[in-house]
Every structure is written in structure tokens, then in C-alpha cells.
Design a protein around this ligand. Structure first.
Ligand code: KG4
Ligand code: ZN
Length: 359
């Protein structure tokens, strides 16, 4: 039983074939980093254009690498939202065309559910499936959501960001400091070289739901910190470095990053990790979680993974391997497996839903 998954919600065009909801036969991801990097963030119009360019070869490669054909597929799954509407449309339109031409059933998948299924998939592969109820934290450039996940996958939203997503905070801080886009990976590499206790960022108390998140105050606090110091020269040096070397080495970055800035990055990252871990600890206890799932681009963060290993949460905390943490289509095909079994199919009216929610 093979499902082809297609993902195009943001700036990655991806296709994958997953067998029986557990074996990844192929997973192809075409990143648009080269296109958006110079603008310091994703440009929606450019993203749609790049998806149009990539979708046909990416799907073809996924089928080839899986050594399969359209006719051998049991279904075609595609991300229906949330995401950029023009980007989603490219994947959805192509998935519909394939489903129609190959007379295969079509399945619409929520991108956030996909991130959760990246972990469900790998847990199944390891022979130790996820245990329920689980707590899921989806933490990426677009989302910071906490869900209770019971065995029937009727998700319950426990908390979400009221402003910026955690990954967005990484990206904005990195852009402000001249590190380019995306910010997460480079901040993650530099943060261990700074003192995480050098600057104490105090975050606003959450009125209402205490398990909601807010990251825009932290971003503003970093901005204030930079405004109180003269860092224009070092920021310019980093922007110059990026112009000559699109992906600088750690040594090259260190040559244009003084210790005070390393301390700033370490303190920023520590604050984000503390915020995430505090909510995880609280909610895991509240719902008596037997497993905790952390997924999405920020789940790649080495500091967060280390904090999870040290944490006092009673339940095991599961992260996907880095390739399945960021956007990919294997997670979409994996999430579609349950829908296939339940006969939950879409038709030709499947539409792009930019703000689709999971619970
Ligand atoms: O899941 P993803 O690929 O796309 C979205 O659905 O948003 O996540 C991308 C986000 C970006 O904001 C990026 O800066 C962040 O994940 N990210 C990281 C790391 N790697 C990627 N954030 C922190 N540490 C990392 N190692
Ligand atoms: Zn994502």
C-alpha cells in the first residue's frame, strides 16, 4: 500500500512515497533557500513560481527513487493548509491532476498534523509506537502550537503563540543581527559559544491561557539591546560576508561575531528553550502524557534537544530526525495513511486553506 505525499505550503517543494504508513521509499525536498535567502524571508510570489518550476521534477524523482509508478499508488495525499495560498495551490492542483489522470483517490492533509506524524512514523519504524495520550509541540517558522493527542487523534489545542512563532523569532533576530535567512540553524551553532545567563530577558506574563506563547516581546527586547549599543559595524561586516559567501563556515561567522553578540544569541536561545520547556512540563503533567512529541523546524535545535534530555518530564520526549523535522512530504504521506484507512477522501473541490486549523 503506497501513498504519494506532496507538500508545497511554504518554501519547500517536496514529494515522498510511504509504504504501509511506515516505510519511507523515497523523500525528495527541493529547497528555495537560494531564492529567498537574499530577501531575508520567504517572498510569497517567488515561492509560487519556484513551486511551479519544481513540482513536476520533484514528484517524478520521488516516484523513480521509490521504484514505483502512478498506477501502483493507493492514493495521492497533498497538504491543503495552513500555508501560503499560492504555494498550496501548486501542490493541490498537481495532486488533483495526478489523481484524475491516474484514477487514484485524493487525500487532503493538514500541514501541522503532518509535522506530528513525522514522529509517529519514526516511532513506528523503531518498533516502539507513540503511546497515548501524547502531548505534541509543533514549533516552526509558522507555528508554535501545543496539542493533546488521544489515541483517536481528535486533537485538542492546549496553547498557541499569540504573535510570532518561535522559528519566526529566530529568523527576525538573525536578520536584525545580519545573519541572513533562515536564522535558526546559525543561531543554534553560535549559541553554545556564548553565556546563556549573560542577559536576562523577562517575558510578559500570559493573561488568560497560561500555556499560550508570545515571542514578539523577546524579539523587541533583542532589538532594544542592540539599539543601546553600537553594533552597526559588526552587522555590516556580517552582511558583507553573506554577500561574498552564501553559506559561511563557523570560523567565518566567528571572525565577525564578538563575544558580547555570542552572549546575546545564547541568552536569546536560552529564553526560547525555557519558554518551550516550561509549557511542555506543565501540559505533559496536566494531560498525564505518556509521550511528548516535538516537531517542526525548531525541533532541529540542538539546545532544545539537550534541554529535553535533561528535563524532569516523566514521559519520553520524541524528536524526528532532522530531515523529517523541517518541511517534507514523507510526513504528509504518513499522516494520510490513517485517513486512507478511514476512507476519508477529498474530491476535485479540495481547496487551499491558508488558515486551516487542527483543533
Ligand atoms: O518546519 P519548517 O521547515 O517550516 C515551517 O513550517 O515553518 O521550519 C522552518 C523554521 C525556520 O524559522 C527556521 O529558522 C527554524 O525552523 N529552524 C531552527 C533550526 N533549524 C530550522 N530553529 C532553531 N534551531 C534550528 N536548528
Ligand atoms: Zn512546517
Amino acid at each position: 500500500m503506497q501513498i504519494l505525499g506532496i507538500e508545497s505550503s511554504c518554501d519547500e517543494t517536496a514529494a515522498a512515497v510511504v509504504e504501509d504508513g511506515v516505510r519511507v521509499r523515497s523523500s525528495v525536498v527541493a529547497s528555495q533557500l537560494d531564492t529567498h535567502g537574499r530577501y531575508g524571508g520567504v517572498v510569497p510570489e517567488l515561492a509560487s513560481r519556484e513551486h511551479l518550476r519544481a513540482i513536476v521534477p520533484v514528484v517524478r524523482e520521488a516516484l523513480e527513487r521509490a521504484d514505483t509508478t502512478l498506477g501502483a499508488l493507493s492514493a495521492i495525499a497533498v497538504t491543503e493548509g495552513p500555508g501560503l495560498v499560492g504555494s498550496l495551490l501548486v501542490g493541490i492542483t498537481y495532486a488533483k491532476a495526478l489523481a484524475f489522470a491516474g484514477r487514484r483517490p485524493l487525500i487532503g492533509v493538514n500541514h501541522i498534523e503532518g509535522h506530528i506524524h513525522a514522529v509517529v512514523l519514526e516511532a513506528k519504524q523503531s518498533g516502539e509506537p507513540v503511546e497515548f495520550p501524547a502531548l505534541a509541540l509543533v514549533v516552526s517558522g509558522g507555528h508554535t502550537h501545543l496539542f493533546a493527542v488521544p489515541a483517536d487523534y481528535r486533537y485538542r489545542l492546549l496553547g498557541r503563540t499569540r504573535d510570532d512563532a518561535a522559528g519566526e523569532a529566530y529568523d527576525k533576530v538573525a536578520k536584525l543581527l545580519g545573519y541572513g535567512y533562515p536564522g535558526g540553524p546559525i543561531v543554534d551553532r553560535l549559541a553554545p559559544l556564548g553565556n546563556p545567563r549573560a542577559i536576562r530577558f523577562t517575558l510578559a506574563k500570559m493573561k488568560g491561557n497560561p500555556t499560550d506563547f508570545s515571542f514578539s516581546g523577546l524579539k523587541t527586547a533583542v532589538l532594544r539591546w542592540t539599539e543601546e549599543r553600537d553594533i552597526a559595524a559588526e552587522v555590516a561586516a556580517r552582511r558583507d560576508l553573506l554577500r561574498i559567501t552564501p553559506s559561511p563556515s563557523l570560523e567565518q561567522w566567528l571572525a565577525v561575531t564578538p563575544q558580547t553578540t555570542l552572549d546575546l544569541l545564547a541568552s536569546f536561545q536560552q529564553t526560547v528553550i525555557d519558554e518551550l520547556m516550561r509549557r511542555i512540563e506543565r501540559c505533559a503533567e496536566e494531560i498525564d502524557a505518556r509521550n511528548v512529541i516535538v516537531s517542526g523546524g525548531v525541533a532541529c535545535n540542538a539546545g532544545l534537544r539537550a534541554a529535553a534530555r535533561r528535563s524532569a518530564v516523566g514521559a519520553p520526549i520524541l524528536f524526528p530526525t532532522p530531515g523529517l523535522s523541517t518541511d517534507n512530504a514523507a510526513m504528509i504521506a504518513a499522516a494520510a495513511y490513517r485517513k486512507f484507512e478511514a476512507g476519508d477522501f477529498a474530491d476535485h473541490q479540495l481547496a487551499a486553506r491558508a488558515n486551516l486549523s487542527l483543533a
